[in-house]
Design a protein around this ligand. Structure first.
Ligand code: FMN
Ligand code: SF4
Length: 452
């Protein structure tokens, strides 16, 4: 059994209430941090823990905190990103629903470290029932003296607010989120300035994912040294993975970073293998925005090494034969899955969610959706395959925010690894008109299944 820093007590009855949470050691980190540590020591501790942002990009959390403008006289803010709209990712929902106090505890300690008196939880509109859970927990924390004025008799004061969004994927992008929190349309901002210098209301702001902030109490309680004992190299600690698709046991798993991908997919402790005794075809390892990998490349790197659940190992091979850990949305596809159909679904999503500010993303996502629609529905031409690659290349790196890249990468990687399947769609239009075409007659190149 791997270490559980976040979910150790998740199944304890009543753990969402303050008394039960405290009976399991909850809020000990607040006492330790604000009574025995300075903000600078805390930032150093988080840096030393090697915690990396769990929202997708994997940026080192302590380093991000150290960028906060310390000379500014303006108020500082901590904003927790609970927008969680990436297809395939549903871990923050679970964490907030089951363990609301771990997030609140992490926010209090983080606000203290950042010199902030105000924390916001920006949560996607569809999670209204979790808003109520969080508000109840925040109420309990105020009553127990963990929030409000002079926390635990010190001169540190802190307030936390929950702010629901209206359900737009783009509002998960940190600067669009800040716009939305300010009451405006969620359009991403040009960077620089970065939020650490000019974020919410043009004040120094740190935006962190729910899971990143929920990791802070453990780091304070057990020390950074012990935290980064778990994991490998710069992939330290544990990570929540939302596992979905054609597996026997879909769900949310807390893994130690460094676990072999093969063990994650096939062992009974985690996904329990591919359902219905079928073969593994492909995996999208970190949410819909990351490159898709065929079975052989997700289990082993191009060098033949066992692929591990770490930021580095999943990225091994770069954009040719690697992918990303991203937000940990692990989508597994068996031999009956149609890569073109899957890609078309993702493309529809990105087109719908593009905010429309930049032409390559606004127009390009629409083009990709249209071309994929016609290939999948038996009206494609061979030239369409390279047309898709060319549109994806024109979006990549040419937009204000990374949504454009997120839309382009899955297209480029699917064609790189599954070109034969796109060609099959063009060659056999009658067969692919049936949406369940590959369930009746799977099309899989044996070379891709080689090691599966
Ligand atoms: C289109 C788009 C959507 C995003 N959605 C989320 C999200 O739902 N949750 C999240 O934490 N980060 C999301 N991000 C990443 C954030 O911009 C930001 O990097 C993250 O919240 C930083 O937190 P971390 O350093 O703790 O990972 C998104 C980025 C993009 C480009
Ligand atoms: S890349 Fe797309 S979502 Fe991002 S700012 Fe440009 S148009 Fe909007």
């Amino acid at each position: 059994m791997g270490k559980k820093f976040l979910l150790e007590h998740v199944n304890v009855p009543g753990i969402e209430t303050l008394p039960v949470y405290q009976s399991k050691g909850g809020y000990a980190s607040v006492e330790k941090a604000i009574k025995t540590m300075t903000p600078e020591q805390l930032i150093e501790e988080v840096k030393f823990s090697d915690l990396r942002g769990r929202g997708g990009a994997g940026f080192p959390t302590g380093l991000k905190w150290s960028f906060m403008d310390k000379k500014s006289e303006k108020p500082r803010y901590l904003v927790v990103n609970a927008d969680e709209s990436e297809p395939g990712t549903f871990k923050d929902r679970y964490l907030m629903e089951k363990l609301p106090h771990i997030l609140i505890e992490g926010m209090i300690v983080s606000c203290f470290a950042l010199g902030s008196k105000t924390g916001y939880i920006y949560i996607r509109g569809e999670y209204m029932y979790i808003v109520r859970i969080l508000e109840k927990a925040i109420d309990e924390a105020y009553k127990a003296g963990f929030l409000g004025k002079n926390i635990l008799g010190t001169d540190f004061s802190c307030d936390i607010y929950v702010h629901p969004g209206a359900g737009a994927y783009i509002c998960g992008e940190e600067t669009a989120l800040l716009e939305s929190l300010e009451g405006k349309r969620g359009n991403p901002r040009l960077k620089p300035p970065f939020p650490a210098i000019a974020g919410l209301y043009a004040c120094p702001t740190v935006v962190n994912n729910v899971e990143s902030i929920a990791a802070i109490p453990t780091i304070v309680n057990i020390t950074a040294d012990k935290y980064n004992d778990v994991g490998i190299g710069k992939s330290a600690g544990t990570k929540l993975i939302s596992a979905s698709g054609h597996i026997n046991k879909p769900g949310i798993y807390e893994i130690e970073l460094g676990l072999p991908v093969e063990e994650f997919i096939y062992s009974d402790e985690y996904c329990g293998g591919i359902w219905k005794g079928r073969k593994l075809k492909a995996v999208v390892a970190g949410g819909s925005s990351v490159p898709i990998l065929p079975a052989n490349l997700i289990l082993k790197t191009a060098k033949g090494e066992s692929r591990l659940m770490t930021y580095e190992s999943l990225a091994d091979g770069g954009f040719v034969s690697g992918t990303m850990l991203g937000s940990g949305g692990f989508i597994v596809m068996d031999e009956t899955a149609c890569i073109v159909r899957n890609l078309w679904t993702f493309a529809r999503f990105y087109h719908h969610e593009s905010c429309g500010q930049c032409s390559p993303c606004r127009e390009g996502t629409g083009w990709m959706e249209k071309v994929l629609h016609r290939i999948e529905h038996g009206h494609g031409h061979m030239e369409d395959i390279d047309l898709l690659v060319s549109v994806a290349k024109k979006i990549e790196g040419n937009t204000i925010c990374p949504l454009g890249d997120a839309a382009a990468w899955p297209v480029a990687s699917a064609i790189r690894h599954f070109r034969e399947e796109f060609e099959y769609h063009v060659k056999y239009p009658e067969k692919v008109k049936d949406p369940k075409h590959f369930e009746k007659e799977p099309f899989v190149s044996e070379s891709l299944l080689m090691n599966a």
